[in-house]
Design a protein around this ligand. Structure first.
Ligand SMILES: [Zn+2]
Length: 109
């Protein structure tokens, strides 16, 4: 079972306490975007076999949204962090890189 820690209230719980919200860090284009950019925002999602950055909501707790970095194959959680970020914190990227050398997601290094 997937165990997550809510970074907002600090509670650790099983995944049934939370609600998955899909891929994190989607780029929302503003006025003047092309149809291709809008299509990408609406429909195109990562579906990796490995590290994935996801949105989660603490449904049965504080109710806030946060992000989690986890492996879809092993359910290993590399860390959780507040949703008000444009990319994962450096310590989470370092934790992922330490366990998955060569890992990259989009333009993160
Ligand atoms: Zn919470």
């Amino acid at each position: 079972m997937l165990i997550l820690e809510c970074p907002c209230c600090g509670v650790t719980g099983e995944e049934t306490e939370f609600h998955a919200g899909g891929e994190a860090h989607l780029k929302r284009h503003s006025v003047g975007s092309t149809d291709d950019q809008f299509e990408e925002y609406l429909f195109m999602r990562e579906n990796p076999r490995g590290v994935h950055l996801e949105r989660w909501r603490h449904n049965n707790g504080c109710g806030k949204w946060f992000h989690a970095a986890r492996c879809t194959m092993t359910l290993e959680v590399f860390g959780t962090y507040p949703a008000q970020t444009y990319e994962p914190p450096q310590e989470i990227k370092d934790a992922i890189s330490a366990k998955r050398p060569g890992w990259s997601w989009r333009n993160f290094s």
